[in-house]
Design a binder for this molecule. Structure first.
Ligand SMILES: *[C@@H]1O[C@H](CO)[C@@H](O)[C@H](O)[C@H]1NC(C)=O
Length: 402
């Protein structure tokens, strides 16, 4: 390697480091992350790795330098303008704010820059049959039009553009735009839903959403219990309200179970939402971790033995056991006993669940692997142990009875 090549290498390294620093300063990391997540949900190729892009940018800059042209700043430096705009009037465009309030009956026109654009919009519009939703793709942008908007059209609108080469399409990391749009309707304070009531599972350690979404960000929303009728305290810690989503129960508890509903008030109008039947489910924090052991690793023909499978877990969490064992081949009936007890372990109360498989009068066919599979709501784990069967004890020579 000559000196020149080394210098070039050093330069490109420097550029990489530079690009890295600038990348870190980008203010909209969160949007990018969201974009990646949304794309995954759509089963599209994830955007190119940032590192790869940086390398390409650095390589490009290096090439330009080599040709004696002024070096253009690497592309990821400038925060890209959102590709989503709203057409306010003919020829009049507006950068779409994070949240926008329009009125039911209005027309919404959004444009998304790019050659190959996809849209996402509230579920209600997906089944639109009256032609209120129109999407048209043009050479350099795509247009989304909602005419005679309804309260039910309230929600998130997003678009992203793809770079297609050959038949492969990739979403650019920063080529995405989104906005939350409220369509206020004095008659519909809540985004209407089809169901009169909805069953919501509340799991231990999982935030629970009560999706009573309002059509106006100005509505006052409270949470209520049906029986006994009372308002549920919303402290912003255990339970909080998000105007774009609904109530979030951050720390589910059995005492929250029951029938709840949201109430919204605006300009003297009060309305209640769909009712939510909250069911509390004791949800384990992890899959079971069973251990298995046989009463003896080697057993003589004719002797009895048993294999015990044990799981320690959170109290109230049910564990299911299944067995696989050599005797299954000859249809030995499963002879299993299960029990569960609370046990104190390391200063904590835990549930000890046990399944015991009994084998009476062992035969050679019983030799082999005994596999216990333990399952809870979080997953399944299997463990095995091997049992050897020896021939029956020969009568000791010279033994006498009597
Ligand atoms: C398992 O088998 C061994 C040996 O036969 C016996 O001593 C033990 O009591 C058995 N365990 C249970 C739980 O029945």
């Amino acid at each position: 390697m000559n000196g020149k090549a080394l210098a070039v290498l050093g330069c490109s390294l420097l550029l990489l480091v530079l690009a890295e620093c600038q990348e870190k300063e980008k203010p909209h990391k969160a949007t990018e992350k969201k974009a990646t997540k949304e794309l995954k949900a759509n089963e599209l190729k994830p955007p190119k790795a940032a590192g790869q892009r940086r390398q390409q940018a650095a390589a490009k800059a290096l090439k330009a330098k080599a040709r004696g042209k002024p070096t253009a700043p690497p592309s990821p430096v400038q925060p890209p303008a959102s590709i989503l705009t709203r057409v306010v009037a003919r020829g009049q465009f507006q950068k779409v704010p994070d949240a926008l309030t329009l009125a039911a009956g209005d027309t919404l026109e959004l444009r998304c820059r790019g050659r190959s654009v996809r849209w996402r919009f509230p579920a209600y519009l997906q089944d639109e049959e009256e032609g209120r939703l129109r999407i048209k793709h043009f050479d350099r942008y795509s247009q989304l039009l909602v005419v005679n908007a309804a309260a039910a059209d309230t929600g998130e609108y997003s678009c992203w553009s793809f770079q297609c080469r050959d038949s492969e399409c990739r979403a650019g990391e920063d080529r995405m735009g989104k906005a939350f749009i409220f369509f206020t309707d004095p008659q519909e304070l809540f985004v209407p839903t089809e169901d009169y009531y909805e069953v919501v599972q509340m799991r231990t350690n999982h935030p629970t959403l009560l999706p009573c979404q309002v059509t106006s960000p100005l509505a006052q929303v409270t949470l209520h219990r049906e029986f006994p009728p009372e308002e549920v305290a919303v402290d912003g810690v255990d339970i909080s309200y998000d105007v774009k989503r609904g109530f979030v129960i951050h720390r589910p508890r059995p005492s929250y179970a029951g029938s709840l509903f949201c109430m919204a008030g605006l300009d003297g109008v009060r309305q209640i939402s769909t009712k939510y039947m909250l069911i509390y489910i004791n949800y384990p924090s992890s899959a079971p971790k069973p251990t298995v052991s046989a009463s003896a690793a080697t057993v003589r023909v004719g002797e009895n033995f048993n294999v015990t499978c044990t799981v320690f877990g959170e109290p109230e969490v049910a564990v299911d056991f299944t067995w696989e064992y050599p005797g299954q081949q000859i249809g030995r009936p499963p002879y299993v006993r299960e029990r569960a007890d609370l046990a104190r372990r390391g200063g904590q109360v835990q549930k000890e669940s046990e399944s015991i498989l009994y084998v009476d009068e062992a035969r050679t066919i019983d030799e082999g692997l005994y596999t216990c599979t333990a399952t809870n709501l979080q997953g399944t784990t299997a463990v095995s142990t091997r049992v050897r069967i020896l021939p029956a004890t020969p009568a000791p020579s010279g033994a006498r009875s009597g």
